[in-house]
Design a protein around this ligand. Structure first.
Ligand SMILES: C=C(O[C@H]1C=CC=C(C(=O)O)[C@@H]1O)C(=O)O
Length: 194
């Protein structure tokens, strides 16, 4: 980010939201993707479950009362995801540790986390740079953490778009590719050539 390069993002997966007043912490399990008009299959349902389990297992080390919603559709432009929300009262001093444990979530890294992280570093051909990292925004009352998905690096006369997808044993390569194209619209549709 300088006068020749910049980044933009067009997605709002919340890694964490903390209220300094109530000490309530909120996060979400978000995975599985389909065009809005299609119906969920076992593949997407099974893809989102480990993300939900992962979050639940982390939060239970920090709070006795965890409020977990049912799973519902999160619509994002032309596509939808499966989403489950979590709310828990936590101690302010645990906030950083929780964020470090949640990040990177299975939706962007995979499971088991350390094995997948090392494998991605070894095998992935393109550097992620700021993609799949998180953005922290702190105000007087809240601290918000957003996962930086569906983003772009802007050069003076070019754009580099970053998108990805969760791969499972049931994934079909062509469908995963189409999914990344649909996801990229969140950014591409907002770019205008002057
Ligand atoms: C990795 C991305 O999306 C994640 C979040 C929701 C659904 C996903 C999926 O269905 O693959 C991904 O896990 C991305 O947009 O780059």
């Amino acid at each position: 980010m300088n006068d020749r390069q910049s980044w933009m993002g067009a997605f709002s997966e919340v890694l964490g939201k903390f209220s300094k007043k109530t000490h309530e912490f909120e996060t979400m399990s978000l995975a599985g993707t389909l065009p809005v008009s299609e119906s969920w299959s076992e593949k997407e349902i099974e893809e989102q479950k480990p993300v939900t389990r992962y979050i639940r297992n982390i939060l239970k080390n920090y709070s006795e009362n965890i409020d977990e919603s049912g799973t519902y559709d999160h619509i994002s432009g032309n596509i939808k995801h499966l989403r489950t929300d979590f709310k828990a009262k936590i101690r302010t001093e645990d906030l950083d540790a929780i964020i470090q444990e949640l990040h990177p979530t299975p939706a962007v890294c995979g499971m088991p986390k350390e094995f997948c992280k090392e494998s991605i570093q070894k095998l992935e051909k393109f550097p992620r740079e700021l993609y799949a990292g998180y953005i922290k925004i702190e105000t007087e009352d809240t601290v918000h953490y957003f996962v930086n998905l569906r983003c772009a690096k802007l050069y003076q006369n070019a754009v580099h778009v970053f998108v990805g997808g969760g791969i499972t044993a049931q994934s079909n390569p062509e469908k995963e590719w189409t999914e990344t194209e649909l996801k990229s619209e969140a950014v591409v549709k907002n770019l205008v050539v002057l």
